[in-house]
Design a protein around this ligand. Structure first.
Ligand code: NAD
Ligand code: GLY
Length: 369
């Protein structure tokens, strides 16, 4: 794919449908926002890291369309995805007299995107917002599909809403300033789409992982488009996760336990998901759904992306017990039974429970120490 061609992926959700635009040099081009509804004001939500790179350029791009463009800068980090910092967005909206037509712009990674979306869902019972994702993870996953949330000390993304953006503007050039570890974390969410939905994409990733790690523009353009297409296909069938959409959580049940157990921000979300995919693949094998060859194939790909394949020890006394305790809080749990996304053959995923004893064996075999 030529990285200079504009790619459009449609999210088909009746009156909540929208487009994802993918290319370089998009976020600071006023044409990217030309079709948005008229409003007196816009609020850019960003953070202390992304703001200095990109906020002024976005402000200039929006200035011709909105008479007032305000900016609020949040502290950077998963540990700041809290009520307290969500309130900073409401403070800025109210202090600037923003009304029901004000459009919020989420300029940043998944943390800024999830928080801005939740603020948009709740301010005056709902105002429009646009996602301008600047991490690979946000471009291939979090900016698409309308999941918005903040964390609770007892569980990740526990307080939130389904709320779709008006548009997603994926500017591939913003990935040039992303730290290498963050690019790898994004590759964790990229990899998940292969085992759950597209075995040809898995093979493509195996052949192109070096190019992705080296930030080859054409490889990145292909990945963002293909991941958005798969996510659009899933979300278009199951917007509010009553079934199919849960497959997008492959690796997340174990991964969220790692994030909550270590303390938010200790491991990057994509790192925890990658390691969680290794555990979920081993569980799939123990359930008799895939063979060792498939598990090893996935592990090699995760390693090639520079991501961890061994889980951290969360408790010195009963490590597996601590993972189980944390996983019971997962949103997919039903009446205390943990549900896992497992691979049911290459390119196919299902959600099911597993005996605690089996899960314990997986955790024991996958954790460092
Ligand atoms: P992040 O938002 O914390 O961004 C990662 C780091 O990169 C941050 O330090 C950020 O400031 C910095 N950064 C962002 N863009 C940059 C750029 N262009 N140049 C330099 N630095 C940049 O993390 P993330 O990985 O983007 O997102 C993780 C979050 O997304 C988690 O909270 C996770 O729960 C959420 N998530 C949500 C969904 C969803 O469907 N809503 C899906 C997956 C993940
Ligand atoms: N990232 C999982 C989902 O959007 O459902």
């Amino acid at each position: 794919m030529n990285s200079s061609d504009l790619q459009i992926v449609a999210i088909d959700l009746a009156e909540r449908s929208y487009h994802i635009a993918i290319r370089g040099s998009l976020f600071d081009n006023p044409l990217s926002y030309a079709e948005l509804p008229k409003a007196q004001s816009a609020l850019i939500v960003t953070n202390t890291t992304v703001g200095p790179f990109y906020a002024e350029r976005l402000q200039r791009a929006l200035a011709g369309k909105f008479p007032q463009v305000h900016t609020v800068v949040l502290p950077d980090g998963e540990e700041h995805k809290t009520w307290q910092n969500l309130n900073l967005i409401f403070d800025a909206l109210l202090a600037n007299g923003c009304d029901r037509k004000t459009i919020l712009f989420a300029l940043g990674g998944g943390v800024v995107g999830d928080m801005t979306g939740f603020a948009a869902a709740s301010y005056m019972r709902g105002v429009p917002f646009v996602q301008v994702p600047t991490t690979l993870l946000a471009q291939v996953d979090s900016s698409v599909g309308g999941k918005t949330a903040i964390n609770h000390p007892l569980g990740k993304n526990m307080i939130g809403a389904f709320y779709q953006p008006l548009k997603v503007v994926c500017d591939l050039n913003t990935l040039k300033t992303l730290p290498a570890a963050e690019l790898s974390a994004g590759l964790g969410e990229v990899i998940k789409y292969g085992p759950i939905a597209d075995v040809d994409f898995l093979a493509w990733l195996e052949a192109n992982m070096e190019a992705l790690v080296a930030r080859d523009p054409a490889a990145l353009a292909h990945v963002v488009k293909r991941c958005c297409e798969i996510k659009a296909w899933v979300v278009g069938q199951d917007e509010r996760e009553s079934g199919l959409r849960a497959i997008l959580n492959f690796g997340h049940t174990f991964g969220h336990a790692i994030e909550a157990g270590l303390g938010y921000g200790q491991w990057l979300h994509g790192e925890a998901v990658a390691c969680g995919m290794v555990m979920a693949a081993h569980l799939s094998q123990r359930l008799g759904l895939v063979d060792a060859f498939f598990v090893n194939r996935l592990i090699r790909l995760i390693q090639k992306a520079g991501l961890p394949i061994r889980g951290p020890v969360l408790s010195d006394t009963d490590n597996a017990g601590r993972y189980l305790e944390l996983m019971r809080l997962d949103k997919k749990s039903e009446a205390g039974e943990i549900k896992f996304v497992v691979i049911d053959g290459p390119g196919r995923a299902v959600v099911r429970g597993a005996p605690d004893a089996m899960v314990r064996k997986v955790i024991d075999s996958c954790c460092a120490g």
